[in-house]
Design a protein around this ligand. Structure first.
Ligand SMILES: *Cc1c(COP(=O)(O)O)cnc(C)c1O
Length: 411
């Protein structure tokens, strides 16, 4: 990317985009890197021939420059058609700290980049950390929609309670999400090309040596434009039921989005991918018989138009997409059951699909259990999955009226 243009953009970002938010008492802006005077940047980027500038052309020049900037600002200079689910660094991240009093104070925007951590921080030594994930979509009119951000805030608070961490209030969380999205607005993909994935982190950043909660915590948010999560896109994925490893145990932390739950599924996931599967489907660790979920998404089974999903009992992550799909399905007249689902039920299911912020609704084409493969939907996408996918995504993208009151619009 052209460096001088980025710097020009910086200044405009701050002036045009942050001014309404900059007055928010929670936040301040800091950029530890020096800014060059904007006039210098101008000249390197848009050399004007001084002989062309007459007394009253100053305003015109400003107008021309402003238009050029606005266009440059509208969208980042990347190929929007090639987005997958990988990190694309953006302009800013958000940081907010909390010391022993348990209250998060003033947060700030910083240039996206590496952070400093004590080698003895709680997160590095004892895994005291949580993450969240949500998305912002661009509407046709250019405004931006968040989907149920307060649900992510509440889930982070629940997880923080389990991991002995203080957490931002719902208001602090949601305000910080709005701020970081507006600061990185040019990275929100054009409608239909994907979304801006928002990744809040909460971590024990203070130093500890003996096992104990950290004395200081950091709440950080970074973002990345994303396309499809699975390389298959909307094509059905192939899962394998994991028979040896488990993701969660009763009394453990499977129900919260703590970072340690994810490193521990890599071994099974890597082995599954090496055999050509997209991901792993986990069974409960007590009976080794009931469906739980996939590494990072929830699972649904459809039989005779009845939609079932494993009930939440501490070992399954309470997905916001899962909850939303249940409500959307009910509103469309489907019968939905949250219950124990045995692995044998996969044998005669009509459709299986996964849900999560990253995948939205992902149809499952086949599941392999103990070497036996069951296929669904004859390579196509099942009607129920298709129906729910389009209902949810058109709501998230602002293509249908949001009767649920789930979306938050940013301008
Ligand atoms: C994040 C996550 C989900 C999906 O939750 P959403 O709120 O729908 O994104 C499901 N399972 C696991 C294990 C997760 O980490």
């Amino acid at each position: 990317m052209d460096c001088s243009r980025t710097m020009i953009n910086d200044r405009l970002h701050i002036n045009r985009l942050f001014s309404p938010l900059a007055s928010n008492p929670f936040f301040s802006f800091s950029d530890k890197r020096p800014f060059r005077p904007s006039s210098l940047k101008f000249q390197t980027q848009f050399p004007f021939n001084p002989s062309h500038i007459q007394v009253d052309t100053n305003t015109r020049r400003e107008a021309v420059v402003a238009t050029t900037y606005r266009e440059a600002l509208e969208f980042a200079d990347i190929n929007w058609d090639s987005l997958g689910f990988g990190l694309v660094p953006t302009d800013y991240m958000f940081m907010m700290k909390c010391s022993q009093d348990g209250k998060f104070s003033k947060g700030e925007l910083q240039r996206y980049g590496n952070i400093e951590l004590s080698p003895s921080s709680g997160v590095l030594n004892y895994g005291q950390g949580l993450f969240e994930g949500l998305k912002a979509y661009r509407k046709e009119d250019g405004s931006i929609l968040l989907f149920r951000p307060e649900e992510n805030a509440l889930r982070m608070r629940m997880g923080a309670e389990r991991m002995c961490m203080p957490a931002p209030s719902v208001e602090q969380f949601v305000d910080a999400v709005k701020l970081i999205v507006m600061a990185n607005k040019r990275w929100v993909p054009p409608q239909g090309k994907g979304s801006l994935y928002i990744r809040p982190l909460l971590m024990g950043s203070g130093a500890v040596l003996g096992l104990a909660p950290a004395p200081e915590y950091t709440f950080l948010i970074y973002v990345s434009p994303v396309g499809n999560y699975f390389k298959e896109g909307l094509a059905p994925i192939n899962l394998v039921v994991e028979n040896e490893f488990h993701r969660a145990t009763p009394g453990g932390t499977g129900g919260v989005k703590t970072i340690g739950n994810y490193a521990s599924v890599l071994k099974a996931q890597t082995a599954a991918k090496a055999k050509g599967y997209s991901d792993v489907l986990y069974l409960d660790s007590v009976h080794k018989r009931y469906l739980e979920e996939v590494s990072s998404c929830n699972v649904f089974v459809v039989k005779d138009k009845i939609i079932s999903t494993p009930a939440i009992k501490g070992t399954i992550l309470p997905g916001i997409t899962r909850k939303s799909i249940i409500d959307v399905a009910c509103s469309k007249g489907y019968q939905v059951e949250e219950r124990q689902i045995s692995v044998e039920e996969l044998l005669d299911a009509d459709e299986v699909f996964c849900t999560g912020t990253a995948v939205v609704v992902s149809p499952v084409g086949s599941i392999t259990y103990l070497g036996k493969r069951v296929s669904y939907g004859d390579k196509g996408v099942g009607v129920v999955s298709e129906n729910l996918y389009s209902a949810l995504t058109s709501l998230q993208m602002g293509l249908t009226e949001d009767k649920m009151g789930w979306t938050v619009e940013l301008n």
